[in-house]
Write a new protein. Structure first.
Length: 313
């Protein structure tokens, strides 16, 4: 589903940058230097917030993983009991996932850091769901108020991944679950695809080279990371996510490999997938190898209250 058209000035900028791509490197160097005549470097690329917001509204992925994710959650915790409150952190201007959650009967709130994105998201859902402006590191929600926290394509963009997880842990009820879908620096792609930067094999670049591309994106050429105002600066894998979650207090960790339904059509249509899934689940070495490729998603469980213990509020 395509979003609203780019504003005229953003369209003009995108067109000029498309032309910029085809020019000589010498001309590029002059063009980049001229960007900061009379402007401090810390201001970054001119109007990137406006350009990036318009680009994201036009290109936000319309696919939603909500139904598949909640099929996994139903095998992890008992969703027939307790709170049905769900927060979608970084919902974006076109939050299809929130529409799906509303259809499934969940009491949902969306969080979006950009004021324009939050306003667009409110228009997109038609006022049926509360959309709040806020950052992942400072959620505008009460402690222990949510059953599920969804962070899809968010953690790689935040200023502080640890701060974001601390906040997710704070707002979850005991026994609640945080679902994260993010980057995987171990993913093998023969084409070098990484979804975040236009350079092939970027996720395998040395950290110092990544930082140099981030700098160029923010100050000289925002096409590099698809005009993102907050490009993906954090790269994870399953073990790193477990360590980060354990450090802030989460108790147990699960992957899609642990929770996929063996009777799901995507599994049943392949004999090889059925065999591999059964072996991977119960053999640590095979599970570890598989998680190098499927380690970009994780379910983190907040420790439930022990029997007989009260909940401190």
């Amino acid at each position: 589903m395509s979003g609203p058209s780019l504003p005229l000035d953003a369209k003009d900028t995108v067109r000029s940058m498309a032309h910029f791509r085809g020019t000589t490197s010498r001309w590029n160097a002059v063009r980049m230097r001229d960007l900061y005549k009379g402007r401090p470097l810390s201001e970054g690329y001119p109007d990137l917030e406006k350009i990036g917001g318009a680009y994201y509204r036009r290109h936000q992925d319309p696919r939603s993983r909500v139904r598949e994710t909640f099929e996994c959650l139903r095998r992890l915790i008992d969703l027939t009991k307790g709170s049905r409150r769900v927060v979608v952190v970084g919902c974006g201007p076109n939050p299809h996932s929130i529409r799906d959650l509303f259809d499934l009967g969940y009491d949902t709130v969306g969080i979006e850091p950009d004021a324009g994105g939050a306003s667009a998201a409110g228009t997109f859902v038609g006022g049926s769901v509360c959309i709040l402006q806020g950052r992942a590191e400072c959620l505008p929600l009460r402690s222990e108020s949510q059953r599920i926290v969804l962070m899809e394509n968010v953690l790689e963009h935040v200023d502080s991944p640890r701060g974001a997880l601390v906040e997710a842990h704070r707002v979850l009820v005991p026994g609640g679950v945080l679902f994260i879908y993010t980057t995987n620096n171990l993913k093998v792609s023969l084409a070098g695809r990484n979804d975040e930067f236009r350079m092939r094999f970027y996720h395998w670049f040395p950290d110092v080279l990544k930082e140099c591309y981030v700098h160029k994106h923010l100050h000289f050429d925002p096409r590099l990371a698809h005009f993102a105002t907050r490009p993906a600066v954090h790269w994870f894998n399953y073990a790193k996510l477990c360590k980060l979650g354990r450090d802030v207090g989460f108790a147990k960790f699960y992957s899609l490999l642990d929770l996929l339904d063996e009777d799901a059509p995507s599994i049943q249509k392949s004999l090889l997938r059925r065999i591999l899934l059964r072996h991977v689940r119960y053999r640590p070495w095979m599970r570890a190898i598989a998680l190098t490729q499927f380690g970009n998603s994780i379910f983190m469980l907040k420790r439930p209250v022990s029997s007989g213990a009260g909940v401190i509020r």
